[in-house]
Design a protein around this ligand. Structure first.
Ligand code: CIZ
Ligand code: SF4
Length: 307
C-alpha cells in the first residue's frame, strides 16, 4: 500500500512542484521538504528552481512573500488558516495613519507582515539584517519600524538610536521569561544560550547570542560548544540536530510552540498538491509595491554583504 510519503513524492512529480518548509515546521514536514530555511531564504530559493507549483509550509506572510517574488508560479498553503498573530497586529490602514503622524519618515517593516503592509513600506528587513537595514537609512531623523517592538528594541540598542515602534509582538516568543533562562543555565552549566530577537529585551540580556533562525543554523556548523539552550520555536531543534548531530540542543521553554506553524500535516500537504488549494493570490498592484520594498532590502544587504 502506498504510504503518505509515496503519495507526496508522486504528486510532486506530477505537478512539477517544490515543497518549502520553514524551520519552525513539525519534524515530519521538514523531512518531506526539498528546502528547509527561513522565510526569505526559502522565497529566494523558490525563485531559482524549475517548478510550476510551490507548496509553502509555514504561515501566510511567508507564502505571500514567496508569491510576491514568484509572480509566475502557483504558491499554495497546505492550511489556509495558518496565520501569524504578530503580522495580524498591524493593518495597512493602521500603518497609513502612523505614516501621517510622521510625514516623510521611512518605514522599515519586518518580513512578518502582510503583503499590504509591505506595500506601504520603504524597505523590508528580516531578523538577520534589521540592524543593517535601519543603519543604511543613516541620517533620517525619524524612522518607523513595524510591527515587532522587540526586534525594534534590538535594533535601537545596537544602533544607539530611537525608532518609532509599533506595539506588535510574537505571542510565542514574548511569553518567555528571563527567569527561565537562569533556571536552564543552572541545569546546563556548560551550555551557551541562543535566543531570537523576537524575545523580550530582558531575555535577550540573559543570552550569549541573539540570532535569527538562519544565523543559529550557521553558528552550530562551526562552534566548539557542545550544548545549546535554544530560545526560539521548537521546530528548529529538529533542523539544528540534523545540521549538528554531535551537539545537544535543549529547548529553553516547553511553551515555545507556535500553534499556527503546527497546522501543517503530511495529509494536508498531499491534499494541497492534489487540489492546488489554497492558492495565495496577491493583487498585482500590491504585489508590485511589496516587491519594491523587498528588493530594496536585497540591494542594501548585497551592496555590502559583510558589513
Ligand atoms: O523570517 C523568518 O523565517 C523568521 C520568522 C524567523 C527568522 O529568524 O528568520
Ligand atoms: Fe508569528 Fe511568532 Fe508564529 Fe513566528 S513564531 S509565525 S512570529 S506567531
Amino acid at each position: 500500500m502506498a504510504t503518505i510519503h509515496d503519495t507526496i513524492k508522486e504528486l510532486k512529480k506530477q505537478r512539477n512542484a517544490v515543497i518549502l518548509s520553514h524551520t519552525y515546521q513539525p519534524a515530519e514536514v521538514q523531512d518531506v521538504a526539498d528546502f528547509v530555511g527561513d522565510s526569505y531564504g526559502l522565497s529566494k530559493t523558490a525563485a531559482g528552481v524549475d517548478a510550476d507549483m510551490i507548496v509553502f509550509c509555514g504561515v501566510r506572510f511567508m507564502a505571500e512573500t514567496a508569491a510576491v517574488l514568484n509572480p509566475d508560479r502557483k504558491v499554495v498553503m497546505p492550511d489556509k488558516k495558518a496565520g501569524c498573530p504578530m503580522a495580524d497586529m498591524l493593518t495597512a490602514d493602521q500603518l497609513r495613519e502612523l505614516k501621517k503622524d510622521h510625514p516623510g519618515a521611512p518605514v522599515v517593516c519586518y518580513v512578518n507582515s502582510s503583503a499590504e503592509v509591505k506595500a506601504e513600506s520603504t524597505v523590508c528587513c528580516t531578523s538577520s539584517n534589521a540592524v543593517k537595514i535601519v543603519a543604511s537609512l543613516g541620517d533620517a531623523e525619524d524612522i518607523i519600524f513595524v510591527p515587532d517592538r522587540y526586534l525594534g528594541r534590538f535594533v535601537e540598542r545596537n544602533l544607539h538610536r530611537e525608532l518609532i515602534l509599533w506595539d506588535g509582538y510574537c505571542p510565542t516568543h514574548a511569553l518567555i521569561s528571563a527567569d527561565s533562562v537562569k533556571r536552564m543555565r543552572e541545569q546546563h552549566p556548560d551550555a551557551e544560550v541562543m535566543v531570537h530577537p523576537e524575545c523580550t529585551p530582558e531575555v535577550q540580556d540573559q543570552a550569549d547570542h541573539v540570532l535569527s533562525t538562519g544565523q543559529m543554523c550557521d553558528l552550530v556548523k562551526t562552534t566548539a560548544c557542545r550544548t545549546f539552550i535554544v530560545g526560539t520555536e521548537k521546530g528548529i531543534i529538529h533542523t539544528l540536530r540534523k545540521l549538528a548531530p554531535h551537539i545537544e540542543f535543549v529547548l529553553l521553554s516547553p511553551s515555545l510552540i507556535c500553534p499556527n506553524m503546527k497546522r501543517t500535516t503530511l495529509a494536508k500537504i498531499a491534499r494541497a498538491l492534489e487540489t492546488g488549494e489554497t492558492q495565495v493570490n496577491i493583487p498585482p498592484p500590491i504585489a508590485d509595491k511589496a516587491r519594491t520594498a523587498i528588493n530594496a532590502m536585497l540591494e542594501i544587504t548585497e551592496a555590502s554583504p559583510n558589513a
